[in-house]
Write a new protein. Structure first.
Length: 203
């Protein structure tokens, strides 16, 4: 899927190399530290959460895509989105990016102990393999998610790591879903209909 972004003198931050075409008078500039300067670059190197970003600015239309993935627009209103760097395509320039500790969720996904945060008011475009499904979590209805299907989440959510490993798993009679991430609280979780290879999926 291709995302078309119309610019009227403003700017967007996008994954480096994701521009596939453009019309108009646009400039492209590589940004350091995921768009957060030297401090962001140091933080990302320390955490291992890599994100190469470019700024696209000017008047015209820019078309973005990455490996034929689906693109999903997320609107933020003074709140925060947690998303894997590999799943983040572009954001409004007013949105701030950073890193957050994921703990065991990141370890189960095989993506490291940190993830990218997008914060503020504006839109972010996230990618998924297949159309993303948005699931609402409430205090009455917690949610269990396969780590390989997780893309992003927002809201006031608490995460915990659950394992279904038992004797039946090791003798080949388990469900194949040995690890899950449990979300509790109030918020939204974005999942994709295909699974990445994860630590949980290898058991």
């Amino acid at each position: 899927m291709v995302l078309a972004v119309d610019l009227a003198g403003d700017a967007v931050k996008a994954k480096n190399g994701s521009m596939v075409a453009y019309q108009g008078d646009l400039t492209f500039k590589k940004m350091t530290g995921g768009g957060d300067g030297l401090r962001g670059m140091v933080t990302r190197r320390l955490t291992g959460e890599q994100m190469e970003v470019m700024e696209v600015k000017g008047h015209g239309t820019c078309f973005f895509a990455d490996e034929a993935t689906e693109v999903n627009l997320v609107s933020l209103n003074a709140d925060k989105l947690y998303v894997e760097a590999s799943n983040l395509l572009c954001t409004d320039s007013a949105l701030r990016t950073g890193t957050s500790f994921t703990g065991l969720r990141g370890a189960a996904q095989g993506s490291g102990l940190f993830t990218t945060t997008v914060e503020g008011t504006g839109q972010a475009a996230i990618m998924s393999h297949g159309p993303a499904v948005v699931l609402r979590v409430s205090s009455q209805y917690p949610l269990q998610v396969d780590p390989g299907a997780y893309i992003a989440h927002s809201g006031n959510l608490h995460q915990s790591f659950q394992t279904g490993v038992n004797f039946r798993t090791f003798v080949g009679e388990g469900s194949g879903e040995s690890f899950q991430i449990r979300f509790e609280g109030e918020g939204l979780v974005y999942v994709q209909p295909s699974e990445r290879a994860t630590l949980g999926g290898q058991l």
